[in-house]
Design a protein. Structure first.
Length: 175
């Protein structure tokens, strides 16, 4: 029995499809990651990790209705994990008596602005705000990315708006 040469055309086509997907989606996904992470370095890492995960399973991801939503969900979920890691590091630094280093670990490269306040929101609220206002996604699209109902997205946005209005108003008050 003679082995037939493998046709590599589907593999090459899949690689080209991923490259086009990456070029189209990387900047918007990086923007989302930056808002959620608060640091350009952390954002780049989050975005790259999400795209690596997509590449590893590209034949399946490419068949999804919205591969971009899948990558954004990975970024949103991993941003929560990264925040928890930084928080644990900060708590450890506080236990060791290094409060300045602890603050730096939690708020690295963050600027005093609206997006910093968004990052202080509960994770799903911050994700809903970023996807709605940074990516201009509809409630239905945000629900698809976050894997929840449109009504849940509406609730997250309403709560986030109330919290942000209070916090941002309080920051403007003279002390």
């Amino acid at each position: 029995m003679v082995a037939q040469p493998m046709d590599e055309t589907p593999l090459l086509r899949a690689a080209e499809d991923f490259e086009a997907f990456f070029r189209r989606e990387y900047r918007p996904v990086l923007g989302l990651a930056a808002v959620l992470a608060g640091s350009r370095t952390a954002a780049e890492e989050l975005a790259q990790d999400a795209f690596i995960a997509a590449l590893r399973d590209w034949p399946r991801i490419a068949r999804l209705d919205n591969p971009g939503a899948w990558v954004r969900r990975v970024v949103a979920n991993r941003s929560v994990s990264a925040f928890r890691r930084r928080l644990a590091e900060a708590k450890a630094l506080l236990r060791w008596g290094r409060p300045a280093a602890a603050v730096e670990a939690v708020d690295a490269e963050a600027k005093i602005d609206v997006w910093r306040e968004v990052r202080r929101l509960p994770a799903r609220q911050a994700q809903a705000v970023a996807l709605t206002y940074l990516h201009d996604l509809s409630r239905r699209e945000v629900a698809e990315v976050l894997g929840c109902s449109e009504e849940t997205v509406k609730t997250h946005l309403e709560r986030a708006r109330r919290t942000l209005a209070t916090r941002l108003h309080d920051e403007e008050e003279p002390r």
